[in-house]
Structures are given as C-alpha cells and as structure tokens.
Design a protein around this ligand. Structure first.
Ligand SMILES: O=C(O)c1ccccc1NCC(=O)[C@H](O)[C@H](O)COP(=O)(O)O
Length: 266
C-alpha cells in the first residue's frame, strides 16, 4: 500500500520533470553559483548547544497532511523576524506546495528578513532540487532516508556539501539510522512522526538516541509541544529540535518561542 511519503515523492518526481523543461539546469547552476556563502546551519546549532542552550530550528509551516491548515495568517517575512526575536537558532521553511501549501518564494522571503540559517524543507528526490535549493539561498537541505536508496542519498548529499550547505539526514527507525551513519553529514534528524502511518511518538527519540554515535548531532523532529516535551528529549540526549506546529498554531509566534525556550531551561 502506498504511504503519504510515497505519494509526496511520486509527485515530486513529476514536478521535477516538468520544472526541468521549464527552467533548464544551466540557469539554476548559475544562480546557485552566484549565491553568497551559506550561513552555517549545523555550526549555529552547535554554538547554541555549546553555550548551554537549546538549538531550535523553528519551522514556517502553513499546512500539513497530518494537521490540515495550521496557520491562516501566514506571512513568512513576519514569521521569520518573530522567530529570530523569540530566540530561534535556525529556520525551517517548507517549500512544498501541494501537501504543505508552501512555496519557494516563502524561503526567499523568510531568509531575507532574518540572519538565521535556513533549511529548505522539501522532499529531495533529484539533484535538480538540491541545486535549486542553493539557487534559492538555502543553507541546508533535508534528506529522508526512508525515501531514497543509499546511492541517491550519497550523491544528493555530495552535491549539497559541494555547495557548502549542511544536510539534515532524517531517520525513523534503527535500520534507517544504520544507513544514515554511512553518510558524511553529522546532523541526524530523528523524526518522531512515522511518515507511513502519520503517528507521532516521542519514544522514537528515546529509543534511537542512544544508538547515535557521539560524533553525530541529534535533531529531535516532530511532535514537540511543550517545555516538558523538550526536557524529556534532553534527558534522552537531544539538544537540537525541529518544531513546527506547536509554534505556528500560536497567534504570537515570538512569545510562543520565548515561552517554549524559557520553560525548557527551568
Ligand atoms: O507534518 C506532517 O504531517 C508531515 C507529513 C508527511 C511528511 C512530512 C511531514 N512533516 C514534515 C516535518 O518534518 C515536520 O514538519 C517537522 O518535523 C515539524 O513537526 P511538527 O513540530 O510536529 O510540526
């Protein structure tokens, strides 16, 4: 039976084929080359954690397959500024249109309105999208182990690293973690959301975190809703967090970010 992740990736493959005929790769390569150096996504997270803080990747997410529309008043520039003022270390911007109601323009708008490093949160299945991410200014990309064979993961990772971008490698179980550890990137995202059945369980991080070697950095992803959740995940060994819905559903995103981070400290 096909899962939501399968459907999203199939759709991506179709979109990329269309995009390649509309915008030739040469044009993208030139734009990617012309971008300023990436802002240092992993480095910013590590600096925050080494200073004793929580490395928060705050997500700009209008809608999702699991929640439907999360935020009607959706202005990426304002949200980016609010997240930065609230104490986020990095931003995640969902650029998928069909399933998340995001866009490439959201990424540009968010990034140009703050100083934070930004991950292009999308479903990468083709080198074209990685080059496109850099052409849009992204500082990091996401690779989902469950979506791609090892050889594709390695080649997409190499392209991103070649541009000086960081790569967040996302896993959901032990077998995917084993495959992730064959790659070069230190950032290992443990997704608490099972993308096959759309259920979220923080016990996923508790189970997998002890299996992540000390030279890799865990990013705890999805389903974090409160300071209590953060403290529970810190106890499991995670100090970097990717949080979307819990912040996006609050009218005052800056205050919600502050409250979450302050509560996690006490
Ligand atoms: O969020 C979804 O419903 C979803 C469905 C299918 C594929 C990916 C999905 N989410 C992407 C993410 O990784 C999350 O947006 C991110 O981890 C933040 O999660 P949350 O804090 O629970 O919004």
């Amino acid at each position: 039976m096909s899962t939501v992740l399968d459907r999203i990736c199939d759709e991506k493959r179709k979109q990329v084929t269309e995009q390649k005929s509309r915008r030739p790769i040469q044009e993208l390569l030139k734009r990617a080359q012309d971008q300023a150096t990436p802002r240092g996504f992993a480095k910013a997270l590590t600096a925050k954690v080494e200073a004793g803080g929580i490395g928060l990747i705050a997500e700009i997410k209008k809608a999702s397959p699991s929640a439907g529309v999360i935020r009607k008043d959706f202005k990426p520039a304002q949200l980016a500024r609010a997240y930065q003022r609230g104490g986020a270390t990095c931003l995640s911007v969902l650029t998928d249109q069909k399933f998340f109601q995001g866009s490439d323009a959201d990424l540009g708008e968010a990034r140009s309105n703050c100083d934070l490093p930004v991950i292009r949160k999308d479903f990468m299945v083709d080198p074209y999208q990685v080059i496109e991410a850099r052409a849009l200014g992204a500082d990091c990309i996401l690779l989902i182990v469950g979506a791609l064979p090892d050889a594709d993961l390695a080649s997409l990772e190499d392209i991103a690293l070649g541009y000086g971008m960081d790569v967040l490698i996302e896993v959901h179980d032990e077998a995917e973690l084993e495959r992730a550890l064959k790659l070069k990137s230190p950032l290992i995202g443990i997704n608490n959301r099972d993308l096959r059945v759309m259920k979220t369980d923080l016990a996923t991080t508790e189970r997998l975190a002890p299996l992540v070697p000390a030279d890799r950095q865990i990013v705890c992803e999805s389903g974090i809703d409160s300071p209590v959740d953060i403290k529970r995940m810190v106890a499991a060994g995670a100090h970097r967090f990717l949080i979307g819905e819990a912040l996006m559903k609050r009218p005052d995103v800056e205050m919600a970010t502050r409250v979450l981070l302050a509560g996690a400290k006490t």
